[in-house]
Design a protein around this ligand. Structure first.
Ligand code: UT7
Length: 311
């Protein structure tokens, strides 16, 4: 039995914050931000919405797309680094209540911007062993509440949002073919949240450019794939220059990489499911497509999945 994606949902806060809005407060410019990161604008959640609200909204759409109800879900996994409560309870428990799921297991998973990939791999194990049928996997972040708005090195880079998928058994020619996960805790201080998010941008950049192509190569090898057989790469997006360098290293055209960073910035664990949703809506992602998803971030962590899209 193979595990795959049965439905996809997303939620983006309405409020758009442009690069120009930073020009008034910080020593930066729209031109610098676009040239050095590829970001033009980001969404910022209102004060009455926390991460679990974004997550619940994305989940309801994913359930509808999968053609099931909250009562059919057997497990909720939330990848997040910006939970409603510091410590506990988990966002997943809040989502369980908000979407009116049964009293099923619900937990958060902390692997930063690789979190959605990690959560999908955890879901795959439960599905393929027959333990659970439908697993709700969410990437949700209200990063804005953890930003130091006086720090031009970090404030301009992030945005809020949520994406969710329903995972379950799919036919033998679809679903997850292989995965690659890893960590290197010696890089913990390069990117962390205590009160606020702090990042050594240059070091994280170097790590990303090194590790992203490696992980893509590993996952492709494990699936017995040549990279030219891949229809679409869905990467975590922190900086468009990272994607370009990774694409160059791999000898793949950058047009094969999904990009939503220009409009939503880096939404941490939500970036990959938000990009999946966009590619579906635009009609670029279709049943039978060969897809590689790749995440990397704080920890340091990384992870990739190769899958054939569809049920
Ligand atoms: O999702 C988790 C993973 N996160 C990442 O992968 C992020 C990785 N890092 C990056 O994307 C980039 O390192 C940044 C976008 C954070 C920085 O871009 P950069 O081109 O690497 O800039 P830099 O750190 O080399 O800094 C160049 C200059 C510095 O000034 P000095 O020291 O040369 O005088 C910075 O202070 O650019 C300055 N700078 C800015 N200038 C205008 C940094 N941020 C800004 C800014 N506006 N917002």
């Amino acid at each position: 039995m193979r595990a795959g994606i049965l439905g996809v949902g997303h939620y983006l806060p309405e409020q758009i914050m442009t690069n120009h809005q930073f020009e008034e407060k910080l020593e930066t410019s729209n031109d610098w931000i676009i040239a050095r990161t590829g970001i033009r604008e980001r969404r910022i959640a209102s004060s009455d919405m926390d991460t679990s609200d974004l997550a619940a909204n994305a989940s309801l759409e994913a359930l509808e797309q999968a053609g099931i109800t909250a009562k059919d879900i057997d497990l909720i996994l939330v990848a997040t680094g910006t939970a409603d409560y510091e410590g506990f309870p988990s966002v997943a428990c809040l989502v369980q209540d908000k979407i009116k799921a049964r009293h099923i297991p619900a937990l958060d998973l902390s692997a930063a911007c690789a979190g959605f990939i990690y959560a999908m791999v955890v879901a795959k194990q439960f599905i393929e062993t027959g333990t659970y049928k439908n697993v709700l996997v969410i990437g949700a972040e209200k990063v804005s509440k953890k930003l130091d708005w006086t720090d031009r090195n970090t404030a301009i880079l992030f945005g809020d949002g949520a994406g969710a998928v329903v995972m379950g058994p799919v036919s033998e020619d679809k679903g997850i073919l292989s995965f690659d996960l890893g960590s290197d805790g010696s890089g913990a201080e390069q990117l962390y949240i205590r009160d606020h998010l702090k990042m050594n941008g240059r070091e994280v950049y170097k790590f990303a450019v090194r590790q992203m192509p490696k992980s893509i190569q590993h996952v492709a090898e494990k699936a017995g794939l040549n990279l030219d057989e891949v229809d679409l790469f869905i990467p975590h997006q922190a900086n468009s220059r990272i994607i370009e360098e990774a694409a160059n290293k791999l000898g793949v055209t950058k047009e094969k990489f999904s990009i939503t960073l220009d409009r939503y910035a880096n939404t941490c664990a939500a970036t990959i499911p938000l990009s999946i949703k966009e590619e579906l809506r635009s009609g670029r992602l279709k049943s039978g497509d060969m897809v590689i998803m790749v995440g990397f971030g704080a920890g340091l962590t990384w992870g990739s999945i190769a899958l054939v899209w569809g049920k």
